[in-house]
Design a protein around this ligand. Structure first.
Ligand code: NAG
Ligand code: NAG
Ligand code: NAG
Ligand code: NAG
Ligand code: NAG
Ligand code: NAG
Length: 614
């Protein structure tokens, strides 16, 4: 009786509450990606909310990684005080102007604990006043067009039957769903998400681990001292991140098992396609055996009695990582996925869903466009792509153009040198975000934009709100011949030391692309996979540097100045005031530096030239 009354009451309250709520921007998920977006929306004074199903922010880290240790580095010391530079080596902080919100204050560990990240994220939300509505689980996201106004809104339901509405939807729910391989015998396996992490449970056991990413190695690392041995099966050869420069590949901190494999200490690693019924697990008593294993590498292995995986295992554990959960969308939105196991939603370089206008992805799930290329799947990458997304949203929906500064072309060299030595966004998101220098007034002035998604170069005017034609694009990139799981990255000729072979630089280094006219959509589309951008009118590499410090007047700055002089068709040398006046007395024309700094009255008068003259 009482419970019936209660139920009626609850229903009534539900009815009263079930009013439509509207925000201009809804961000789904209050993990790192959502919080970063939230901060930018808050700063811009937008009408927004973050909807979070749990009671805390970044709740994924309440459980994962299972073994507690993050693999994002917490480099607290660089010997420098420059906060922008230091972000190049801080992989856990989100962006803000609050210096107390740097992760270095939250942990002394180089590989921090997940609880420390939870503390940090909670403070980030509170201190910056990011508007989060907790305990709100959204579902059935759909789109509706108002017949009178012809405007579209997104609608979604929460678990209490409320309808929530917004104009722009940003989904930052991360990769939250474990990837589920299907094969015969799957029911006999255990899962990364809830397998025991107590080494005592593996004492004297033979363990088979399926999957070979960081989660698989993390597990192996923690138990291999207790086991008889561990066998690991992955789809492709081990991809070490030091060889591929991709932080999502196997990190050195997790690879002790490769040692014990190569030193013949019983552990071993093999390649096979696990999905699509190429593997079958059968029970042998209460233990497990791989019955068939057919791959192109080992044709019909079962024919041979020396099959490497003929052993009988005590446990088999699946560690396949995570994928985007698209179950929150109504099927009418036609969300499509890409990548292996459809890990990521299919989005463009503007982070908008390919098939759904006004719907964007931020955070870990926005990694599709730079998967295996850059760091967009990780905090130290997506904090910048979220900023780029926010800048695009500001222009598209609020009419606020992409921030830019205007500089005299004589100051361009100094500006660039400062940027290449401290800028963090294009350092972390190498090959994806780049600075754009638009050449104005036939080379007199430069409009400088930071960290633009360079794959949108053909749409530059459309995404930034400035109209451009002639530009120089600055990105950082690794040498094309260098990266790859099968490359010897420690070979003796791995680094270049002379400026005439700067284009052969293997390590991260600045590259400049000059276009007299912005590339067309067609040219962007036709670029080869190894090309970052279409063929420019001029190309310049700055020589890589052992210290990652591009401060050498002769080998770094002089070639850059020559490049800029060619592009701008200007003399960019700097002079003392006295020399300028002397030249003005003796010659009809004086160099640009003298014009812009001393004679026109437009520039900033400097007492000293900022670079050495050649
Ligand atoms: C999708 O929307 C339609 C129409 O509103 C509804 O009938 C259907 O149940 C929704 N599907 C899901 C999965 O919510
Ligand atoms: C459509 O928009 C008009 C004007 O804003 C509003 O009065 C009307 O209620 C809307 N219709 C629906 C179905 O939401
Ligand atoms: C409504 O908007 C769509 C797309 O923005 C456009 O194609 C269509 O012509 C518009 N309809 C009316 C009645 O304005
Ligand atoms: C692991 O996941 C699979 C698929 O969801 C399930 O069948 C199996 O029972 C799980 N194993 C354990 C031990 O939880
Ligand atoms: C682990 O989770 C799976 C679902 O993913 C569930 O079926 C299974 O019962 C859980 N196992 C344990 C030991 O909690
Ligand atoms: C890359 O390697 C290829 C083949 O070995 C070679 O022809 C090419 O010159 C190399 N490129 C650079 C930039 O070193």
């Amino acid at each position: 009786m009482t419970s019936r009354v209660l139920m009626v009451l609850v229903t009534l309250v539900g009815c009263i509450q079930a009013a439509d709520k509207y925000w201009d921007y809804i961000v789904v998920g209050a993990g790192p990606g959502g919080l970063q977006m939230g901060h930018f929306l808050q700063n811009a004074g937008r009408n927004y909310v973050l909807l979070e199903r749990n009671s805390v922010v970044a709740s994924f880290f309440q459980k994962y990684p299972r073994h507690d240790k993050l693999i994002s580095i917490n480099k607290r010391h660089t010997g420098k005080k420059n906060t922008e530079f230091n972000l190049r080596h801080d992989w856990n902080s989100l962006l803000s102007d609050d210096k107390s919100l740097l992760f270095r204050h939250y942990s002394k560990l180089f590989f921090p604990q997940r609880v420390q990240l939870l503390d940090y994220m909670a403070d980030y939300q509170k201190k910056l006043g990011i508007n989060v509505q907790f305990h709100t689980e959204v579902s059935n996201i759909r789109k509706e067009t108002n017949a009178t106004t012809n405007k579209t809104v997104f609608l979604m339901d929460d678990q209490n039957g409320n309808t929530l509405k917004c104009k722009v939807l940003i989904v930052a729910s991360g990769l939250s769903k474990p990837v589920e391989p299907t094969f015969e015998g799957r029911e006999f396996t255990e899962n990364y998400s809830n397998v025991s992490i107590n080494p005592d449970d593996y004492e004297g056991k033979a363990v088979l681990i399926l999957g070979r990413g960081n989660s698989a190695f993390e597990l192996a690392e923690s138990i291999y001292g207790s086991t008889n041995f561990i066998h690991m099966i992955g789809r492709s050869r081990a991809r070490l991140s030091w060889a591929t420069h991709y932080v999502g590949d196997l990190r050195a901190v997790n690879v002790a098992l490769l040692d014990t494999y190569q030193l013949k200490s019983l552990d071993a690693v093999a390649e096979a396609t696990i999905d699509k019924a190429e593997i079958k697990l059968v029970k042998v008593g209460d233990r497990l055996k791989i019955e068939t294993l057919e791959t192109s590498r080992y044709p019909a292995l079962e024919k041979y009695d020396n099959n490497g995986l003929r052993y009988i295992y005590d446990k088999c554990i699946v560690c396949f990582g995570f994928q985007f959960d698209d179950s929150i969308f109504n099927s009418s939105l036609h969300i499509t996925s890409e990548g292996r196991e459809d890990k990521f939603p299919l989005i463009g370089y503007d982070y908008q869903l390919r098939d759904v206008e006004d719907l964007y992805i931020a955070g870990g799930a926005s990694h599709g466009p730079d998967y295996r290329k850059s760091a967009g799947g990780f905090i130290h990458g997506f904090r910048y792509t979220a900023r780029a997304l926010h800048r695009m949203l500001e222009w598209k929906y609020e009419g606020v153009p992409w921030p830019s500064i205007s500089i005299l072309s004589i100051d361009l060299l100094a500006t660039i040198i400062k940027r290449i030595n401290e800028g963090s966004g294009f350092y972390q998101m190498f090959g994806m975000l780049g600075d754009v220098m638009a050449i104005r007034s036939s080379g007199e002035e430069i409009e400088y934009l930071e960290e633009v998604p360079v794959n949108l170069l053909d749409r530059l005017s459309e995404i930034t709100g400035h109209s451009y034609d002639e530009v120089i694009v600055l990105i950082l990139q690794y040498g094309a011949n260098y990266s790859g799981p099968d490359k010897d990255v420690f070979r003796t000729d791995r680094a270049s030391g002379q400026p005439d072979i700067a284009y052969k630089s293997n390590f991260l280094h600045p590259v400049f692309f000059h276009y007299r006219h912005l590339p067309t959509a067609e040219q962007m589309r036709l670029k080869k996979t190894h090309e970052t951008l279409p063929r420019p009118d001029h190309l310049h590499h700055i020589l890589e540097d052992f210290l990652t410090l591009w401060d050498a007047p002769k080998n770094h700055h002089l070639p850059l100045r020559r490049f800029l002089e060619t592009v701008l068709d200007r003399d960019l040398r700097t002079f003392y005031a006295s020399d300028c006046f002397e030249m003005a007395m003796l010659h009809q024309m004086v160099p640009l530096y003298c014009q812009q700094h001393y004679l026109s009255g437009r520039g900033i008068i400097r007492a000293e030239p900022h670079f050495q003259q050649s």
